[in-house]
Design a protein around this ligand. Sequence first.
Ligand code: F6R
Length: 249
Amino acid sequence: MEIFKYKNYEEVSKASAAIVIREMMMNPELILGLATGTSPIGLYKNLIEAYNNHLISFKNVKTFNLDEYVGIDKFHPQSYYSFMYENLFKHVDINEKNINIPSNDMNNIEQLAAEYNTKMFGNQRDLQILGIGQNGHIGFNEPGSQLSNQTFVVKLDEQTRIDNSRFFSSLEEVPTHAITMGIRNIMYSKKILLIASGKSKADAVYKMVYGPITETLPASILQLHPNITIIIDEDAASMLHMESNHLKF
Ligand code: F6R
């Protein structure tokens, strides 16, 4: 594990984007795992800027998103499909056929989850971007989910629904279920880049780094990944007592 601490969200966004840009420059056919939520929005803005400055192209990049809500339409403004188009895809030259987002069609969701899973094992991610929930979830692997899970349909934790209700007009509107990569899919990526900012993440970040590896804090499994970089701001790092801005285990 390698941890880099930056002053604020803006710096976290720049530093994490620099890593993705470097990977894309080195490998134009990068297989990239993507996250949604507030954490990567700044990173995606920096990627769009790098694309506009002709530093990178998405033409031959393949993407796999971590998760999608179940029970809302794909085109709902708060679906992760819409999120990705709004915050990244519509601004760059990505080829639609290279975009992979878990399908949330309730008619055959189990089969769709299995298909997504199989596709991911044939497309090992070179780099997986992650955020972390206040409860220590990664993707939508909520506390208590088995660490051996592959892509599955999950009942969302109440804390997650409350956290994400900021994007909906009421808590009732937040979906109760989602389809998500399992921990096993996440661990099956060559490199992982996790970003976190804000005081509300400090406890989960501390437990992810120093806590026991346990289903009650799914992100703790990342201690076992051989190549993970964590980019956090001062607030998210506040419980780590870092003496310098860099920690390596
Ligand atoms: C999003 C995802 C989640 C988020 C996490 C943090 O695709 O899988 O694990 O990364 O909930 O969300 P934000 O960044 O909104 O605090």
